[in-house]
Design a protein around this ligand. Structure first.
Ligand SMILES: Nc1nc2c(c(=O)[nH]1)N[C@H]1C(S)=C(S)[C@@H](COP(=O)(O)O)O[C@H]1N2
Ligand SMILES: [Mo]
Length: 190
């Protein structure tokens, strides 16, 4: 028994230490600034021409304000959201000419790449659905780089700071989520 007590004490001490250590090792991030504007740049390329825009420069460009409503490949609907961002055509204009023979390659650091044909960059040639996922003729669509969703800066979880959106003027039109590229960092004219 005399020997058992010190061992018991040691065990209790070790347990307290482990609990204390793990408690300190993984602090929960409760910083309210986590929802603030995320840093990030957008590189726009056309041949040898390369322009890097930061968040302030992007927010200084004319804004499109409308709606975004997407469906994932497995049929889950996201939205409708109020969306705010910059028109893809305005970003393309930063690096010059863009015509029928061109495509726009939009990519992200996770390796995801979506190719928009010329007509798609202008908002044409997309499949659209109503709220019951019945295909409907496409209304006017605007392709934007979104930086605000429902009035808040776009979070990393939602694909921020910059996400591609096939945006609409009304909140009742659903588009395919696959072209809503998250975490966009490069836009390249090909
Ligand atoms: N960077 C990046 N963007 C992406 C994807 C991806 O894997 N990587 N998946 C796409 C697909 S297929 C869908 S359906 C939607 C899913 O959006 P969510 O992750 O917000 O649900 O994001 C699109 N954007
Ligand atoms: Mo998807």
């Amino acid at each position: 028994m005399k020997r058992f007590i010190p061992i018991l004490c040691l065990c209790l001490l070790a347990t307290a230490c482990i609990c204390g250590c793990t408690g300190n090792a993984d602090p929960v991030v409760t910083d309210p600034s986590a929802t603030d504007i995320l840093p990030g740049n957008l590189t726009i390329k056309n041949g040898d021409l390369e322009v890097v825009l930061d968040g302030d420069m992007i927010r200084d460009l004319p804004a499109f304000v409308g709606y975004g409503y997407a469906v994932s490949t497995v049929g889950i609907k996201y939205g409708p959201y109020g969306v705010k961002g910059v028109r893809l055509t305005d970003l393309i204009a930063v690096v010059g000419e863009f015509g029928l023979e061109n495509q726009v390659w939009v990519s992200a650091p996770d390796g995801y790449l979506w190719v928009f044909d010329y007509d798609q960059a202008l908002g044409e040639g997309f499949i659209t659905f109503d709220a019951n996922l019945k295909e409907v003729p496409a209304p006017p669509l605007t392709i934007i780089i979104m930086y605000e969703q429902d009035g808040m800066p776009l979070t990393n979880e939602d694909g921020g700071p910059f996400r591609m959106v096939v945006a609409t003027d009304t909140p009742d039109v659903i588009t395919e989520g696959s072209s809503w590229v998250k975490w966009v960092d490069t836009i390249e004219i090909k």
